[in-house]
Design a protein around this ligand. Structure first.
Ligand code: NAD
Ligand code: ZN
Ligand code: ZN
Length: 342
């Protein structure tokens, strides 16, 4: 094995990534080394590279939190995986395991949590160091490429839908039909929900219809809140906002049915002004949702292994990462780009 690897590195916020040749990291006690086969490109990687959020990653860093690969080396004391296992290195890179949230199986909000491709180097590299207790276990029958979008976009959409509390036969709105949203439509249909898809791009909406959406609304045409309330007979029981746009968040609250739940997963920088009278008088719940726990991950992967959910994937080499970022920013990626390391 050579001692160096190729990686795409953020050296300054708001600048193109630099392709670098780096030393292959070695796993410490309790850690594993994963040889990357594939890594999806999430809109979060753009926020990370732009330094969009209040808590910023330390420069330089390697983004990417949809990395899938094979365990090729292990530090001392690793028992949770074996050499040769196919694992995913997700956003939730690790957590403490013993705080009140970890003990309640809410490790996603652990104060000690580390984030892949953010506080820890991620999957835009030929090798990734991971914590074996927090990696995703990829079911036999799913290729690395197929699995990549599921370990962030998939689990986040699936968990967000669960957090709406919507039951089979009820309506959900999915706002933003990109990487997360095109999977959310499929999870929602597999969960027996009626789906109203909202986006600003007719191509994305046509795709949503192909994937089984029962109604579509273009948020750039007329008043999308009125259109959704009409399509769903008074608003959706659950609303899932994946769009990285503040306008979509304001509209999403208005699309929520009385006593319904609006789940926020998109992460554009900024604040959400809330119409207090409507939220109070209609008894609406507004709730954040952050990726998913390890159990959510196993469930989200199982839907795909059973053939009920399949990501739409465009393959690109690591060397194209800056063009991919540019297109993602412009809304020109149809669903998900996966970097192919084969
Ligand atoms: P993406 O770029 O693939 O998709 C975004 C979609 O939103 C596109 O289809 C775009 O056309 C659509 N859109 C833009 N403006 C809109 C509007 N006003 N109304 C409706 N649709 C609109 O992005 P992605 O990878 O799916 O990520 C989406 C967001 O989710 C990002 O902000 C990302 O950081 C966030 N995210 C959050 C979590 C979490 O745990 N909460 C996890 C992953 C991603
Ligand atoms: Zn992500
Ligand atoms: Zn903890």
């Amino acid at each position: 094995m050579s001692h160096t690897m190729q990686a795409a590195v953020v050296e300054q916020f708001g600048q193109p990534l630099e392709l670098r040749t780096l030393e292959i990291p070695s796993p410490g006690p309790g850690q594993i080394l994963v040889k990357t086969e594939a890594c999806g490109v999430c809109h979060t990687d753009l926020h990370a590279a732009h330094g969009d959020w209040p808590v910023k990653p330390k420069l330089p860093f390697i983004p990417g939190h949809e990395g899938i690969g094979l365990v090729v080396a292990m530090g001392e004391g690793v028992t949770a995986v074996k050499l040769g296992d196919r694992v995913g290195v997700p956003w939730l890179h690790s957590a403490c395991g013993h705080c009140e949230h970890c003990m309640a199986a809410w490790e996603t909000v652990c104060a000690e949590a580390q984030f892949g491709g953010y506080t820890k180097n991620g999957g835009f590299a030929e090798y990734i160091v991971a914590d074996p207790n927090y990696v995703a276990h990829i079911p036999a029958g799913l290729s690395a490429i197929e699995a990549a979008p599921l370990i962030c976009a998939g689990v986040t959409s699936y968990k967000g839908l669960k957090e709406t509390g919507a039951r089979p036969g009820q309506w959900v709105v999915i706002s933003g039909i990109g990487g997360l949203g095109h999977l959310a439509v499929q999870y929602a249909k597999a969960m027996g929900l009626h789906v109203c898809a909202v986006d600003i791009d007719d191509g994305k909406l046509a795709h949503a219809t192909q994937l089984g959406a029962d109604a579509v609304v273009n948020a750039r045409v007329g008043d999308p809140v009125v259109a959704v309330r009409q399509a769903t007979g008074g608003g959706a029981h659950g609303v899932l906002i994946t769009a990285p746009s503040l306008a979509a968040f304001k509209q999403g609250v208005g699309m929520t049915r009385k006593r319904g739940t609006c789940v926020l997963v998109g992460l554009p920088p900024g604040d959400l002004p809330t119409p207090l009278f409507d939220v109070v008088a209609d008894c609406i719940t507004i709730r954040g949702s952050f990726v998913g726990t390890r159990q959510d991950m196993a469930e989200a992967l199982a839907f795909a292994a059973e053939g009920k959910v399949k990501a739409d994937i465009e393959l690109q080499p690591l060397s194209a990462i800056n063009q991919v970022f540019e297109r993602l920013e412009q809304g020109e990626v149809p669903s998900r780009v996966v970097i192919d390391f084969h």
